[in-house]
Structure formats: structure tokens, C-alpha cells
Design a protein around this ligand. Structure first.
Ligand code: DP6
Length: 373
């Protein structure tokens, strides 16, 4: 599929006035990381992620058809003809508006009905906003799905497959990793020869049978630093443009997709651990070797990593860590080792979390539509 397949043409909004849609969309954690992109939100390498379950965003999009006279006023006073308000956890958020405005501007050519409506967006997260957990994946995913529900109301002849693909396509234009939050449990984004149907434009479900070892895989997120990040992902991606190791990094990630694809089918947990931890450290190595360089890990991030390595050496537990663009640590392990690993987390790792905060998550199936809230 190409971009033009996602442009809605010849539509009529005659029977649509006002209403609302609500979607609950989870976050995701990448096993092979996306770090580096081209315009418009095209990844430099393929990435793969576990869709999460407990960490999600719940978003309601209220829409009402613009009155003609009102529409003229709106178009005179609003950039891009798009008129919306945003509330986050009950509070009006003017500072969230530019990111949403950019998103609407990017997607408008694919959903041209947007400018016919006024919107109120109401959003909340299941995790604390200041937790350092990236909410852009779940937030942009949920908003893209709400927009797709409106498209479906306008144009009901649409398969579920197209609905999900276009939701992922739109979400990508809000935040790259958001395109991996629409479905689950394992999503690949980025064109890769090993992954049939894979695309730079949207996420696809991992196409092979996943070994039972990965069923209900656990992800305990240790909140090491709940503060604002010093360097945003947007800036981090930009620093990959003339990064001295960029080419090798993109090649390494694509090789890791090939390797992890085999591992996910054979259930080889040692190989899984080696790929996932190497990916996390390679991501942070890119940050440490960019110009300007930066470090997002904190002393407690390293303490946790060392504890995990020690515990693994002593017990042979299949525990490993991964990191996103921050100091928090995602601790991954199989469901059948839950008891021993959770005991270890409680006794040895929680002390390194800010105010002992952590979140027990598990891999999930993706998004859900909520009706009649
Ligand atoms: C380190 O998706 O947040 O989490 O496309 O600029 O919104 P934008 O970036 P974003 O980058 C995520 C980077 C990562 C790795 C990953 O999720 O693959």
C-alpha cells in the first residue's frame, strides 16, 4: 500500500452532526529500537515491540459540525482551519495544543473531513503523567483511532483491516512509535524482508507463530526518574542525521530484526535476552556518541542493570532489561518465572525507584473501543 491508498475521497457528511468516540490504547516497549528517521516519519530501520496492557491512554474525541458562519470565523482565526480544545485529566491544556495541531496538519490530507468539525479532546493516562513513561505512543494511537471512528461513521464501507492499518498510518504521523500501539502482542514497523507485509508507513502484526515462552510475557517498569527528560526523542532522532555510527546502527537494527524473528519462533530465551539488552544499550550508546552527546540513564539505572546481571548469573533466571529514551528500566521475564523474579524485584530493585514507584505490566492485544461512556 502507498500513501494515496489512505486518502479519503468523495465523502459526504450529510448525516453526521455531533457525537463522540472513545478509545483505550496501550503503550508499547520496543525490543529492537527505532532511533533515526526521515521526513515524514519514515524510520531508518525496522523496529519491533511488545504491546503493553496496564499502561494505556483513554481518549474521547467529541465532534460537532461547524456552523457555516462560525466556520468562517474559525477559519479566519485558526491556523489550518482546525478548531479544537484539549483537556488532560480534567484540565484544559493549552501547552498540549501545538503537538496536536501539528498532528492534525500532517493527517489532514488523508482525512479531509477534519476541517468540517470542531473538536474537544479529553484524555487521561493509566500511569502518572510525570512518570517518565512516554505517553505519545498511547496518546497519539488513541487519538488516531478516534479520528478513524469518525471516518468510519462517514464512510461505513471499510474493513477492520483497513481501519487498523489507517489508524496505525495516522498514529505514525503523530509519533513514530504510536503506530505500534494499535494491535498486539508483537508489532513490526518498517520495511524488512523477513517480515511479510511490513511497511515504513504503518505497523503490522508479527507474521509468524510466536513461541509459547513469550505468552503473557511480563514487563515490570521501574520508575527510576519521574522528572522531565533533558533531551526529547524528537531531538534525539534529529541527532542521528549526521551521527558517525548511524549507518552501522541502522544495519545492526535490521539484522537484529532478523535474529529476533527467529528467536520469537523458536523460544530461545538466552538469545532473546542477548538481543534485547544489546538493543537497549546500543540505543543509549547512540545518545552518548551524538553531537552534542547526552546521557539519559541515571546512576540507579546502572545499579538496576548490574543487579539484574548478578541475579541472572546466580539463578539462571530468564530476566533481562530494556530501556526507552529515559532512565526507567523495563524488566522483562516469562510468566512462569513470575514468582521468583517478582520477589527479587521487591527485595533488590525497588529501592532504586523514585519513591519506590513501579508498574507491573504484561504484553497485551492492543486497543479497545469504549462505547457509551
Ligand atoms: C527510544 O516514537 O517517541 O522509544 O516519532 O519523534 O514521536 P517520534 O519519536 P518516538 O521515539 C521512540 C523512540 C524509542 C524507541 C522505540 O520506541 O522504538
Amino acid at each position: 500500500m502507498t500513501e494515496t491508498d489512505f486518502i479519503l475521497k468523495d465523502f459526504s457528511i450529510e448525516n453526521i452532526n455531533n457525537g463522540s468516540f472513545t478509545w483505550k490504547t496501550p503503550s508499547n516497549i520496543a525490543l529492537v529500537k527505532y532511533w533515526g528517521k526521515q521526513e515524514p516519519q519514515i524510520p531508518e530501520n525496522a523496529s519491533i515491540s511488545f504491546t503493553l496492557d496496564a499502561c494505556f491512554t483513554l481518549t474521547t474525541l467529541e465532534y460537532s459540525l461547524k456552523q457555516t458562519r462560525h466556520a468562517e470565523l474559525v477559519s479566519a482565526s485558526h491556523e489550518n482551519n482546525l478548531n479544537f480544545e484539549i483537556y488532560f485529566e480534567g484540565e484544559k491544556k493549552e501547552d498540549f495544543k501545538p503537538k496536536i495541531a501539528t498532528f492534525f496538519k500532517r493527517i489532514e490530507q488523508y482525512v479531509p473531513f477534519l476541517k468540517e468539525f470542531e473538536f474537544v479532546i479529553k484524555s487521561q493516562n493509566s500511569f502518572p503523567h510525570s512518570s517518565g513513561i512516554a505517553s505519545s505512543a498511547s496518546g497519539m494511537g488513541a487519538l488516531a483511532l478516534c479520528v478513524m471512528s469518525l471516518e468510519k461513521a462517514i464512510n461505513p464501507v471499510m474493513t477492520n483491516e483497513y481501519f487498523n492499518k489507517k489508524a496505525s498510518f495516522l498514529a505514525r504521523l503523530g509519533s513514530g512509535s504510536a503506530c505500534r500501539s494499535i494491535e498486539g502482542p508483537l508489532i513490526v514497523w518498517g520495511n524488512h524482508p523477513e517480515i511479510e507485509g511490513s511497511s515504513d508507513l504503518f505497523g503490522v502484526k508479527f507474521p509468524h507463530k510466536i513461541h509459547d515462552n513469550f505468552k503473557n510475557y511480563q514487563d515490570t517498569i521501574l520508575l527510576v526518574d519521574e522528572g522531565e527528560k533533558q533531551v526529547s526523542s524528537t531531538v534525539g532522532h534529529q541527532l542521528m542525521y549526521d551521527h558517525p555510527f548511524a549507518k552501522q546502527r541502522f544495519q545492526q537494527a535490521n539484522e537484529n530484526i532478523l535474529n529476533i524473528s527467529k528467536v520469537l519462533q523458536t523460544g530461545d530465551l538466552s538469545a532473546f535476552i542477548a538481543i534485547v539488552e544489546s538493543e537497549a544499550l546500543s540505543l543509549h550508546a547512540m545518545m552518548m556518541t551524538s553531537n552534542p552527546y547526552f546521557i539519559l540513564m541515571k546512576p540507579n539505572t546502572l545499579k538496576i542493570i548490574n543487579e539484574i546481571w548478578e541475579f541472572r548469573a546466580q539463578t539462571n533466571a530468564n530476566i533481562c532489561f530494556t530501556l526507552d529514551a529515559g532512565a526507567n528500566v523495563h524488566v522483562l521475564f516469562p510468566e512462569n518465572e513470575k514468582e521468583t523474579v517478582n520477589n527479587f524485584i521487591k527485595s533488590n530493585l525497588i529501592q532504586f525507584c523514585q519513591e519506590n514507584h513501579y508498574i507491573c505490566d504484561i504484553i497485551g492485544e492492543g486497543t479497545t473501543s469504549i462505547v457509551n461512556l
